[in-house]
Design a protein around this ligand. Structure first.
Ligand code: ZN
Length: 501
């Protein structure tokens, strides 16, 4: 299976204009908060907690921690701290809270909403050394591990026990479970296994003042008042730093079958989705959509062959997973009928691991293929399925005269109503960004969708949060932030809109 790494992708940075502690990114001006600057005495104190080698201050040492995966943002942090234990995290946060030093927690730094890098000179708290697997219970399937474990290594560990991780992402080779939990990452199998809000049974987090909150429950059922874990799942490090997690892992299926299917309209994609849910029921583990523009980018820019002839307006990838054999025969029968009924126009199936992996690469590397054009305006929205693809066509029409526009396309998780809408250009253009964003978020808001299905709000989308959350809800978020982090030291400038902080 493919995985991304920060080094493999290169594209120009979004233009930043700095003036007296002010930055303009994506047409949004942000001024540095009234935080203390890190002094040499602070650095010495951090070294006394973590040891000399785990406090980075050199330009070249801190540089990789200052650029996000999509290269939307470049931070100016001068200090990267690498704790090994929860106690280290606690001591650092207690000190930073006392000194009014802003902190940017960072896991695998694969965020594409600009949530994982500092904006100004926040201290970066890298979780990469907290990578121990604490326990795996082969009876309950509950994994307990530290936040810095890389998702792919956790996959390997639980698979050796006959289990699987409930989430799978293109960035699995770099992303860390603490970041996955903090952003409530989704991925390609949410239709079958749900989101992390359901799979995470418990967690340990350190709050802004250094307090350790032990909610590391490993029971499936626990109705004991407020589920505090949910404050940290998806809050992107603004309420606390996740240090340990307990996750319920499903049984690894014995048989997997995959189909790659061509269709001539979006209406037929929905018909096929309805048939797939009825016929495959609980064995349906993915139902992914890609349009022709996406597949053409994968073919042209990555030289990956489309599993069927690239002549169809739409493509669907179906994955079935079960403990029962003969799954592939059933899949083929259903697809043959759909072909006879003119719902689909072409299809290929696979039940061998190497071919399955080859087919999945086409879907998993879609964003990487688009980034080869130069710059990608990437939107991650939830919409009702009946209008899921409308925004792609509307935006394509809106941008038809933009000379630099290389591709307007959509792919995503039909099963979850999650569209990845992308506009690829040779370079970033702030006027174009100013046209696309209000249009996309306005449309999403009108159809009562979500402006962030799975990537989080981060820095990039915080000014649009009110399109999804009403004033009362934003007010409650603000109250929670002030209660849990009154000095606002945790991941400032992220998630909550500037007027609400
Ligand atoms: Zn996705």
């Amino acid at each position: 299976m493919s995985s991304f790494s920060i080094e493999r992708l290169s594209r120009p940075l979004a233009k930043h204009v700095r003036r007296f502690g002010t930055k303009v990114i994506n047409n949004v001006r942000t001024t540095r908060g009234n935080y203390a600057k890190v002094t040499s005495a602070d650095v010495q104190h951090f070294k006394s907690i973590l040891g000399e080698g785990n406090v980075l201050t050199g330009d070249q040492d801190v540089q990789p921690y200052n650029v996000d995966w999509m290269k939307y943002m470049s931070g100016e942090s001068r200090t990267v701290l690498k704790p090994k234990t929860t106690e280290d995290v606690s001591a650092i946060l207690e000190y930073c809270n006392d000194k009014m030093i802003a902190v940017c927690p960072q896991a695998g730094n694969t965020s594409i909403s600009g949530g994982s890098v500092a904006l100004f000179d926040e201290v970066v708290l890298s979780m990469q050394r907290m990578n121990n697997i604490i326990d795996f219970n082969p009876l309950s399937g509950v994994l307990v591990c530290e936040a810095g474990c890389v998702l792919e290594s956790l996959m390997g560990h639980v698979e050796s026990h006959g289990f699987m991780m409930p989430l799978d992402l293109g960035s699995k080779g770099s992303c860390q479970i603490g970041g996955n939990v903090s952003t409530n990452a989704g991925g390609i199998r949410v239709i079958r296994y749900g989101t992390l809000q359901g799979c995470v049974l418990g967690l340990e987090a350190v709050t802004a003042d250094g307090s350790v909150l032990d909610c590391l429950n490993t029971m499936r059922k626990d109705n004991t008042g407020y589920h505090l874990k949910h404050l940290f799942i998806g809050s992107e490090g603004t309420l606390g730093v996740v240090t340990k997690v307990a996750i319920l892992c499903p049984i690894l299926p014995k048989h997997i079958s995959v189909a790659f299917i061509g269709l001539d309209s979006y209406e037929k994609v929905l018909k096929l989705f309805s048939i797939a849910r009825q016929e495959f029921a609980e064995t349906l583990s993915s139902f992914e959509l890609m349009d022709n523009t996406t597949i053409t980018a994968v073919e042209d820019n990555l030289k990956l062959g489309c599993p069927i002839a690239n002549v169809h307006p739409f493509y669907v990838l179906i994955e079935l997973a079960t403990s029962q054999p003969n799954l592939n025969r059933h899949l083929e029968n259903i697809l043959e009928k759909a072909l006879d009924d003119s719902i689909i126009t072409d299809a290929t199936t696979a039940d061998q691991t190497s071919t399955i992996n080859k087919i999945w690469k086409v879907r998993e590397r879609s964003i990487e293929a688009l980034m080869k054009y130069g710059y990608v305006y990437a939107y991650d929205i939830s919409t009702p399925l009946n209008c899921f693809y409308d925004i792609v066509e509307l935006l394509r029409d809106k941008l038809k005269d933009v000379a630099d526009c290389k591709a307007v396309c959509g792919f995503g998780h039909i099963g979850d109503g999650n569209l990845h809408l992308n506009v690829a250009t040779r370079e970033y253009n702030k006027e174009l960004s100013g046209i696309i964003e209000p249009f996309v978020y306005g449309w999403t808001s009108e159809c009562r969708g979500s402006i962030s299905a799975e990537h989080g709000i981060g820095y990039i989308k915080r000014n649009y949060l009110e399109r999804t959350k009403n004033g009362k809800a934003l007010g409650l978020m603000q109250s929670l932030k002030h209660t849990m982090d009154p000095k606002c030291i945790l991941n400032p400038y992220k998630v909550i809109p500037p007027s609400e902080t």
